[in-house]
Design a protein around this ligand. Structure first.
Ligand SMILES: CC(C)(COP(=O)(O)OP(=O)(O)OC[C@H]1O[C@@H](n2cnc3c(N)ncnc32)[C@H](O)[C@@H]1OP(=O)(O)O)[C@@H](O)C(=O)NCCC(=O)NCCS
Length: 195
């Protein structure tokens, strides 16, 4: 097996955006899209699960200041109503600013004390529904073998393993996915070839 640095992240894809479930926000929480000044809250959320050292400034550089950024495609779950503190987030993104066919589910994270209430699934579903409403035909995402809760939520929303053809020799995504699925005790999704 190649060293971790040469291993690509796992990929998942939803080949279409049909039949998405209804979006039901768990009681005690609300869902809204980006408002000016959300960058610090976004950074605080991401620092608990996706990388580190996020700041409001880095959020502008990486996300909200980029040409791909759409305010109505960056979602937050909040405590209470939509004026409450933001505690979860996910973003509709694209690999390239002019991409209109395949969306990327990006930067999904929920504060640890609010995990396990279905909010990760809610923000991911909000992104998928946004993509469908905006004419995208499919969605993909990158994740890591050990992100079990995330993968479980993604599988429940119809995302399937994708096996990249350009993986490094020995970086066997079918084997990695088989291990993930076995650990999850989930029914294996068929998966597709392609990048
Ligand atoms: C991944 C993450 C966002 C999930 O947030 P969460 O709010 O706890 O997720 P949910 O409550 O929606 O889902 C939690 C679990 O319930 C399951 N679940 C919830 N609703 C479900 C449904 N309707 N059908 C099936 N499963 C469901 C999920 O599949 C998941 O399984 P688990 O028991 O293994 O955790 C959160 O763990 C996190 O922030 N992790 C760190 C960052 C990260 O890994 N992000 C993903 C990057 S790709």
């Amino acid at each position: 097996m190649p060293p971790a640095t040469e291993r690509q992240q796992l990929m998942m894809r939803r080949p279409n955006l049909d039949g998405l479930p209804r979006l039901v926000v768990p009681s005690g929480y609300a869902l809204r899209s980006y408002r000016r000044g959300d960058e610090a809250a976004w950074a605080a959320i991401m620092n608990t699960g996706i990388g580190s050292d996020w700041t409001a400034e880095r959020c502008v550089e990486y996300l909200t200041g980029q040409p791909q950024f759409r305010a109505d495609g960056l979602f937050f779950t909040t405590v209470g109503d939509t004026a409450g503190p933001a505690i979860g987030s996910a973003c509709a993104w694209t690999e390239h600013p002019d991409e209109r066919d395949e969306g990327l589910v990006h930067m999904v994270c929920v504060l640890p004390e609010h995990r396990g209430h279905g909010l990760g699934r809610v923000v991911t579903l909000a992104v998928l529904r946004y993509m469908r409403q905006h004419g995208f035909r499919s969605a993909r995402l990158r994740t890591d073998d050990w992100r079990r809760s995330a993968i479980r939520a993604y599988l429940s929303l119809g995302l399937e393993p994708l096996y990249p053809p350009d993986a490094a020799p020995g970086d066997d995504h079918r084997a990695r996915w088989a291990a993930v699925i076995e650990q999850l005790g989930a029914s294996p999704a068929p998966g597709t070839d392609g990048a």
